[in-house]
Design a protein around this ligand. Structure first.
Ligand code: A5P
Length: 215
């Protein structure tokens, strides 16, 4: 219950950052589930793209207009959750397998705002790091990665990719991010660098702690 309240206050604070006329990227997950009704209640004239079919469906039912992300090439703001947040602003995302689309949306946005409850900040990121693999040769890709396994029960991504997790220990997220990005067959990984992040809103009890990384 405490965590749900924290997700709600963070999401409601983020909904207030959206202005009339903006193009908005909608993330995926249980924290974003609180953002969608809060945003819909504002009754703004906005255009949205969604990082998953689940988000798109919920948003449309609430009356938020969702367009295919072939129609827009830049977003004013994107708002999404995270699984882990380190002190520098590195994130791990993809607990729901949506990280590839989430990263495309985050990097298209002028401002990327992360919303989370107080269990998400951590002193050091730890495995697993979600990855998405091209289906072709994915057993070979897993072998090249070393410690990595297909996520049991996870459906294919909407782009046909296999959702897996890198389970090896790591100290330096930048080094691992480079390695994952450079491995053929890896479509996307769940390490998001601080350069993508504008602000982090963390719910703590009934308060929202704000960290601004850039404007
Ligand atoms: C979806 O693939 C993820 O990246 C989510 O954004 C992340 O897992 C946060 O989800 P919750 O808000 O449900 O914790």
């Amino acid at each position: 219950v405490g965590t749900e309240q924290e997700k709600r206050v963070a999401a409601e604070a983020a909904a207030l950052l959206v202005d009339d006329g903006m193009t908005v990227g909608l993330g995926t997950g249980t924290t974003v589930a609180y953002l969608l009704p809060a945003l819909a209640r504002r009754g703004l004239h906005i255009r949205c793209v969604a990082t998953s079919e689940r988000t798109a469906g919920t948003a449309r039912r609430l009356g938020l207009p969702v367009e295919p992300f072939e129609a827009l090439d830049v977003l004013d703001i994107a708002i999404d959750g995270a699984d882990q947040i380190d002190p520098e602003g590195w994130l791990i995302k993809g607990g729901g397998g949506a990280h590839t689309r989430e990263k495309i949306v985050a990097s298209a946005a002028t401002r990327f705002v992360v919303i989370a409850d107080s269990t998400k900040p951590t002193l050091a990121l730890h495995p697993p790091v979600p990855v998405e693999l091209i289906r072709f040769g994915h057993r070979a890709t897993l072998r090249v990665l070393g410690k990595a396994t297909v996520r049991a029960g996870a459906p294919l991504s909407p782009d046909g990719g296999i959702i897996a997790d890198y389970t090896g220990a790591f100290d330096d997220p930048a080094e691992l991010a480079d390695r994952l990005s450079a491995t053929p067959g890896v479509v996307g990984h769940g390490l998001f660098s601080p350069e993508l992040v504008s602000a982090i809103l963390v719910g703590r009890g009934t308060e929202v702690e704000r960290r601004t990384l850039r404007n």
